[in-house]
Design a protein around this ligand. Structure first.
Ligand SMILES: [Zn+2]
Length: 198
C-alpha cells in the first residue's frame, strides 16, 4: 500500500519520539536518576509553567486579572472555572485533579499580600530539624542564619500556601531565585565545579 507523503512523515516523527523516550529513560538510568522522581518533578514543573503564565498575564494586564476574579465570583464551581481560565490563558486542558491543584495556586496568587510574612527563629529551627540540618537542595550543612525559601516562588503564591517553605544554603538560594524550573534543572544537572585548576 502506497502511503501519502504526510502519512510517511507522521510515522517517521512518531518513530523518532519513541526513540527519544527510550533515549531519555536510558540517560536517566545511566546517571542513576530516579525515573519516577524525574517524571513527577517534570510534571510539577509543567503545571508551574502554566501558573507562571497566568500570573504574568494578570500582572501585565489588569483587565485579565479582573476577568479571572469575575470568573471565580460569578461561577463558584472553582474546578470548572479554573479549567476554563487555564484553557483561555494557556491553551491547555486540565483534568479535575490538575485543576484542583491549579485552583489552590491561583487563589493563593489572588490573595497574595504585597509584603513578605516575617519568619521567627523558632520556625526556622523547626524547618532545619525536619531537613536534618541540611540544605533542602544540595544537602550541605546549614544553620538558621542561612536562607529561608518559598518552594513555589513567593512572587507567584506569596505566603498563602501551607508547607511551601524550606531552608537553603546561600548559593542554592541565589541560584534558585524565582525559577520555577529550578528543581528539575538541579535533578538533571549538578552545579559547575568552583575550581577548574589542574
Ligand atoms: Zn545548597
Amino acid at each position: 500500500m502506497k502511503r501519502s507523503k504526510s502519512e510517511v512523515s507522521t510515522i517517521a516523527l512518531l518513530h523518532t519520539e519513541e526513540k527519544q523516550e527510550i533515549a531519555l529513560r536510558v540517560l536517566l538510568e545511566r546517571n542513576h536518576c530516579n525515573k519516577e522522581h524525574f517524571f513527577n518533578t517534570l510534571y510539577n514543573t509543567v503545571l508551574l509553567f502554566m501558573l507562571q503564565q497566568i500570573c504574568t498575564a494578570m500582572k501585565k494586564d489588569i483587565a485579565v486579572r479582573n476577568w479571572v476574579k469575575h470568573k471565580y465570583f460569578s461561577q463558584p464551581d472553582n474546578i470548572r472555572t479554573t479549567q476554563e481560565i487555564v484553557l483561555q490563558l494557556c491553551g491547555v486542558q486540565l483534568s479535575e485533579a490538575e485543576a484542583t491543584t491549579m485552583n489552590q495556586w491561583i487563589q493563593a496568587h489572588l490573595e497574595k499580600k504585597p509584603y513578605r510574612k516575617p519568619i521567627s527563629e523558632k520556625e526556622k529551627q523547626t524547618l532545619l530539624l525536619r531537613q536534618s540540618g541540611r540544605c533542602a537542595c544540595c544537602g550541605k550543612e546549614i544553620t538558621i542564619h542561612d536562607h529561608y525559601d518559598h518552594i513555589i516562588p513567593w512572587d507567584l503564591v506569596g505566603d498563602e500556601l501551607p508547607d511551601n517553605v524550606q531552608m537553603l544554603c546561600a548559593s542554592c538560594n541565589q541560584e534558585k531565585n524565582s525559577k520555577v524550573y529550578f528543581t528539575l534543572q538541579r535533578l538533571v544537572v549538578a552545579p559547575l565545579p568552583l575550581n577548574f585548576a589542574g
